[in-house]
Design a protein around this ligand. Sequence first.
Ligand code: 6PG
Length: 488
Amino acid sequence: MSTPHLGVVGLGVMGRNLALNALDAGVAVAGTDLGDDAVTGFQDEAGGRALIATTDLDAFLDALPTPRNILVMVPAGKAVDAVLAGLAPKLSAGDLVIDGGNSYFKDTQRRHDEMEAQGLHFFGMGVSGGEEGARYGPSMMPGGPRGPYARVAPVLEGMAAEVDGDPCVAHLGAGASGHYVKMVHNGIEYGLMQLLAEAYDLLKRGGGLDNGRMGELFGQWNEGELRSYLVEITADILKHPYSVDVQPNEAPGDESPPEGMTGKYLLDYIKDTAAQKGTGKWTSQDAMDLGVPTPTIDAAVTSRYISALKSERVAASELLGTPAGRAPGDPDELAGLMGDALLAAFLVTYAQGFALLKRASDAYEFGLDLETVARIWRGGCIIRADLLEVFREAFRADAELPNLLVAPAVADALIGHRDALRQSVVLASQAGIPTPALSASLDYLDAYRSAWLPANLVAAQRDYFGAHTFERIDEEGAFHVQWEPAGL
Ligand code: 6PG
């Protein structure tokens, strides 16, 4: 069998690290970039192992055996279209181009259709795990035509993270399925990150715990059912001292640490404004389009927007008074229940993401297998967690599961932890600490398990002012009533 091969277009940090990862996996790699520095950087790190590293696209293509496998690692958006426009006329029938950026799935579908019309193959592939993951083992989510996958499977499997000897990569489905799955991965990522931030806030402002204590607590959670990459890094972040990394020219601006902050931890000096590149927002937008409730993810996206209103928040806090105070009760009890609350909210967040994937797979004819998605998210990616094994088993037992909340193991865990989630939301509310994602998770859980909801009144209101009709529980059909103004 010939050596597996891969061409990488775009040798920025992610492209270079993936290319080096492939080299380590015994793949023959060619690399190209428009910038001399990126090419030289890759060449130096590859230490002569690359087939070629060049700014010349023709030389790059000539170095690759046909049919070619080409991974494009350039920023999502116009740059991808520009690279494809440059590549397509020079490629041969059957060549495969893989876009490994965080592209919007509708762009991926369009590019897929255009490339296939030219006799070329195109995958949209989510790559998760950041720079470190790209270098030493990411989770990769390719989607597109199944045929050419067999050809690149040895390349991707050699590069991917492994869990129990199983690579965290698989062909996921048709068309833009790979980028769709990565988008939902990021939506879940937003939800989990916001939940962790709210737990931190509740413990900090509500319970008066210091960062060191919280770091220990998150570390303990990471040894139990909550074990996950995001809990682990949150523990590290909480404990990170102020003095180690901050150089004078990076020192915090004029802001002095808010009251109660010790100045001991770097986190206390980080401005409370979180940016976003769009994948979480896309998840919420498409969930709305498909009619799938994802309120925890929506709350996380909204929270980033609220965080960005820093100057407005500062002004409003002066006028309206800051709401946050201590939560009633013993801080140790709060600390004790927070881990259970997080577990329930994590379960709910993943459940929303998987429910969206299920609906999207039908709507866009992706042909996703949710057990496979859970399997390749067990390692390498940002939302990796022990819980993924539970979800994998749930979908293995029932591939048609409508929602993870009704998988027996998940239902058991929720029954055991939901009181803690409720208690955390009650305490937060009493303390005036905003917990939009914890609250949305609790509401979703309570609504999803409500056999009856007050939507009968909404249906009646619609009929009252718009003759939109309603259904009845005692008779088939659509009904309209001539509603009478009260008291007349
Ligand atoms: C990953 C991350 C990665 C990136 C996010 C950050 O899976 O490795 O999700 O893709 O860090 O795009 O997204 P925001 O900038 O929107 O937070």
